[in-house]
Design a protein around this ligand. Structure first.
Ligand SMILES: Cc1cc2nc3c(=O)[nH]c(=O)nc-3n(C[C@H](O)[C@H](O)[C@H](O)COP(=O)(O)OP(=O)(O)OC[C@H]3O[C@@H](n4cnc5c(N)ncnc54)[C@H](O)[C@@H]3O)c2cc1C
Length: 371
């Protein structure tokens, strides 16, 4: 690797933007290619909690701790659990936890504001990547651009990953139907949610409501569905999917059903994951971070934290001046760390949408939340 390689980051999600920020702080020029036309093109999704040793640490290294704390919501770390009859069986206000929530849009805004103007090339979908001498050629809108280093920060369906590995994410048998609520218009959902997030679990079904900033709540109805059914749902109007999902929750308390019947239907999200422990042989000039390297279901709550921690570690490797060996060491440590979280996510999903989910989630809360 030359002492000042040209670096392209594919994907302007939290991981890619954090890497760009840290490399620029280290004096490197970097370009981020992002397929979205602009920062507001699509809603960025719900709230994320940043953990001390991963997400928060990366924000500190990026010099963005104050900006994070200004937007974070430490008051929203509570947990509630209901049974399908609507009885509250666990309620903790989150006191003493150090995992402040931040809205995904607010996090992206902070990271974008910290980058040199023009760093993100909006509306640039990378179509293909080809070897070119000691580097790589990106094909964007039919035009080739050459870089020494290419980092795939392009999420679950990464275009960069096939350069390094044959692995593809597999459907995990469960799907979340996502809904958005305005607190002012949905007092029942507001009252159910409490200060943080609530689960209602039982009989292979799961409801989640998560408090976001600015008077919003995100809701998810989770259930086990064959892959062919999910594909059909993804091709259907969301209102038709809502009717089908609601029918699956027949017999649940009316105030819980309101979480599906009310609110704006936003998306059908099949849960996919790469094989636990996914890794690859080092390949000069190409590497991955975040979901591109280790997408997993959100049931470990680690996805964005891993993406930010990967960015911090990869930046350190690229700035170390120790050549690609430093990146190879990053890849091993990253894969080891992700494997632990992926095991937790797979187990979390298995237990949370299961016949015995209520007992399993309650036990988890007693062991982990009250610990
Ligand atoms: C329903 C749901 C809830 C979640 N909840 C949590 C949670 O509570 N806590 C948590 O830690 N994690 C959560 N996650 C996981 C978290 O969202 C991801 O782990 C995190 O966003 C990964 O960041 P990333 O930067 O690696 O990838 P992404 O956020 O996926 O960003 C990838 C970027 O690459 C761009 N891109 C893709 N392909 C191309 C291309 N060919 N060319 C150019 N650009 C491209 C995309 O537009 C996108 O901006 C959740 C995920 C889901 C689905």
């Amino acid at each position: 690797m030359t002492t000042n390689p040209s670096i392209a980051i594919i994907g302007g999600g939290p991981g890619g933007l954090m890497l760009a920020r840290l490399l620029q702080r280290g004096g490197r020029a970097v370009a981020v290619f992002e397929r979205d036309a602009h920062a507001g093109e699509r809603p960025q999704g719900g709230s994320l909690d940043l953990h001390a040793e991963t997400g928060q640490r990366a924000m500190r290294l990026a010099g963005l701790e104050a900006e994070f704390m200004a937007e974070a919501r430490p008051e929203d770390q509570g947990d509630r659990l209901y049974d399908s009859a609507g009885r509250l069986v666990f309620d903790h206000d989150g006191a003493g936890h150090d995992r402040p929530e931040i809205d995904r849009t607010a996090l992206r805004t902070i990271l974008l504001a910290a980058l040199a103007p023009g760093t993100v090339r909006w509306g640039r979908r990378v179509e293909a990547i080809r070897p070119s001498g000691a580097g790589w050629e990106l094909i964007v809108e039919g035009t080739a651009q050459r870089f020494d280093v290419v980092v795939g920060a392009d999420g679950a369906w990464s275009r960069v990953r096939p350069l390094l590995s044959d692995a593809v994410p597999a459907y995990e048998g469960a799907t979340l139907f996502e809904l958005g609520f305005d607190v002012a218009r949905h007092p029942r959902v507001d009252a159910l949610t409490g200060h943080g997030k609530m689960f209602a679990a039982g009989d292979n079904r799961l409801l989640i409501a998560q408090r976001n900033g600015a008077g919003h709540i995100r809701g998810y109805a989770g259930l086990r569905v064959p892959e062919a059914t999910v594909q059909a749902w993804q091709a259907m109007p969301l209102e038709e999917v809502r009717t089908k999902v609601l029918a699956e929750f027949a017999g649940w308390a009316p105030e819980l059903q309101a979480l599906i019947a009310e609110g704006d239907a936003l998306a059908v999200r099949p849960m996919v994951a790469l094989p636990i422990g996914h890794r690859w042989e080092p390949c000069q000039g190409a590497t991955l971070l975040g979901d591109a390297a280790h997408v997993m279901s959100p049931f470990s709550g680690e996805g964005v934290n891993l993406a930010l921690a990967d960015a911090a570690d990869l930046a350190e490797a690229l700035l170390s001046g120790e050549g690609w060996e430093a990146v190879a060491r990053y890849e091993v440590a990253m894969a080891d760390r992700a494997a632990v979280a992926a095991e937790g996510a797979a187990q979390g999903l298995r237990l949370s949408i299961s016949p015995d989910a209520l007992d399993a989630v309650l036990e988890h809360y007693r062991e982990r939340v009250l610990a």
